[in-house]
Ligand binder design. Structure first.
Ligand code: PAF
Length: 276
């Protein structure tokens, strides 16, 4: 496994690579959700590249950039085990040199849900992901369904800007009680961690109602809100039933829909979703 820290080195290795390149961009502190992306990339490509970069531009001023968990040694051991070929771990200065002043911004699908709560977040994500795509030049890039809006936004960027790669979205990996794997779960205290299981219960409740024929989106939102509200440690940020493609809120579920939510447990904000 090659570990590279500069863009020049990464590009040089890319020029020497043969066959398809599968790319998994991450912010490190890897868990089984990330490893599912790496495994899938390994199965489908000749070369696997993983980046580890905690991207400062996608964090708001009041968010957890400096506290974001990091454990590079452990990450590298896990990636080696998954037979990763190249790990790209640039510094902040390498990605954003002093004179940096170009941004990639996607419209409309970045506006609702996470976009409305985290101004500038998706601008940071699309800018860094576009840069990483230009540096790594992958055949395929892998993203988790857990960050459903991020996956939608990146697909839109790739389509709108005619980028030459395929985006693959991999199902969410969950703990045994349904809590979606996330690097931020480490912030939860034991009570909050237990309480967080209410998110998946709410999503499966919505799914159950939908499978039973319920098509009124407001009814599903209300049922989810009512279940989550029974958990005293949970503070709802949003509960949404939206068009799975445009992410616009639905009145009636007459097309593929995304049930998604953001809920705070203490200082930790968790998101999750399920496709209807
Ligand atoms: O999903 C993440 O970990 C990040 O948003 C990403 C895609 C690596 C960009 O920094």
């Amino acid at each position: 496994m090659e570990i590279v820290e500069t863009i020049a080195e990464m590009k040089a290795l890319r020029r020497q690579s043969f066959g398809s390149v599968g790319f998994v961009p991450t912010m490190g502190y890897l868990h089984d959700g990330h490893l599912a992306l790496v495994k899938r990339a390994r199965n489908e490509n000749s070369v696997v590249v993983v980046s580890i970069f905690v991207n400062p531009t996608q964090f708001g001023p009041a968010e957890d950039f400096s506290a974001y968990p990091r454990d590079t040694e452990r990450d590298l051991a896990l990636l080696e085990k998954e037979r990763t070929d190249i790990v790209f771990m640039p510094s902040d200065k390498e990605v954003y040199p002093e004179a940096f002043s170009s941004w990639v911004e996607v419209g409309k699908v970045t506006e609702p849900l996470e976009g409305s709560r985290r101004p500038g977040h998706f601008k940071g994500v699309t800018t860094v992901v576009a840069k990483l795509f230009n540096i790594v030049e992958p055949t395929r890039a892998y993203f988790g369904q857990k960050d459903a809006q991020q996956a939608t936004v990146i697909k839109k960027m790739v389509a709108d800007l005619n980028m030459n790669l395929e985006i693959i979205v991999v199902p969410t990996v969950r703990e045994s009680d349904g809590v979606a794997m996330s690097s931020r779960n480490v912030y939860l205290n034991p009570q909050e961690r237990q309480a967080a299981a209410v998110l998946f219960r709410a999503l499966t409740l919505a799914q159950g109602l939908w499978k039973g024929g319920e098509r009124n989106a407001e009814r599903l939102r209300q049922e989810m809100v009512s279940l989550i509200s029974k958990e005293p440690l949970a503070k709802i940020d949003y509960v949404s039933i939206a068009d799975a493609e445009t992410l616009e809120e639905l009145l009636e579920i007459d097309r593929p829909a995304l049930a998604s939510l953001a809920v705070r447990f203490g200082k930790t904000r968790l998101i999750d979703n399920i496709v209807l």
